[in-house]
Design a protein around this ligand. Sequence first.
Ligand code: NAP
Ligand code: GLV
Length: 320
Amino acid sequence: MSLYLVGHWSGRNDAAAQDERAGWLSALQEALPHEEWLTQPPTDAAQAAQVEVAIVANPPAGSLQGLPNLKLIQSVWAGVDKLLSDTTLPAGVPLARMVDPAMNEAMVHTALWAVLSLHRRFFELAVQQREAQWQPLKYRRAAEWRVLVLGLGELGGRVARALAAQGYAVSGWATRPVSLSGVACVHGEDALAWELASANTVVNLLPLTLSTRDFFDARRLGQMKKGATLVNLARGAHVVEDDLLAALDVGQVGHAVLDVFQQEPLPTGHRFWSHPQVTVLPHTAAQTDARTAAAVVAANLLALRAGRPLLHEVQRQRGY
Ligand code: NAP
Ligand code: GLV
């Protein structure tokens, strides 16, 4: 049987993505030295029948058709929204997503940087420097800065705890009741409305599903406290971009730190690039690290072959 490595690494298909793919192959071969690997689409039915596991990074739609003995689809991305939007994805085959320790750490760093920058007004100070202005800004204590984290899973839960450890007044929102030390965890629409109206910064770490697409539309942005700030580290399709631009233009949203966009790369000329109240990151909040993620893939292959429950299996009907 063989393991099939397929996809567009980093969501791209250029020379850098080819290098990244080669790095993945080498990390996976080191973690799984006795496996047979297929790195190009199968050339005939016999080769296709050999594929036991597909290890995928953002694969083009249709890539996983015609693999009759496929037993596991292992994503190396945490979010599986794009995979699940492929109507040809084999229906009965378990799908596991990536939960990578290095990615978790990177996401905490990005969220801390964004919240600190907004709370301590470092983005404003950077503008002042460009204008050679020396003007200390009023100090605000972390305990006076309310942060709402949307999604309290692998990433959101860690981010919420890390922010609380820095002294921020942190609330978190998820589908179900959760208990996290130092974090006021809530669920339900009423609680969300209250939290949106109170937070100085909202950090989005929800998965993209049917119920979270277009989450930040004019109505929800209008529920936020006037001048509050938004940090979107999850998916671009959580945000109705024109609604966010309108909210930024009138100061309803004070600043947005955006790592993800409806269209990536963000098109040249898009207003986010030049908007003074927007900070753009190129979908780099937390990348999977092949060196740590290869061990997660290996553990799942062992679990599959031993008939044990898989790690981080996606519940397809709920979308994450
Ligand atoms: P996860 O472990 O599956 O956690 C998802 C969280 O969202 C859970 O707390 C879940 O609550 C909550 N949730 C889901 N649907 C909800 C809804 N409709 N209302 C309220 N809460 C809801 O996911 P994760 O590993 O933390 O990753 C989150 C997302 O981050 C990924 O899906 C991906 O899109 C994004 N991501 C971005 C980057 C980047 O570089 N920008 C990197 C990695 C991941 P329950 O468990 O209570 O249902
Ligand atoms: C990155 O966005 C991921 O989902 O892993």
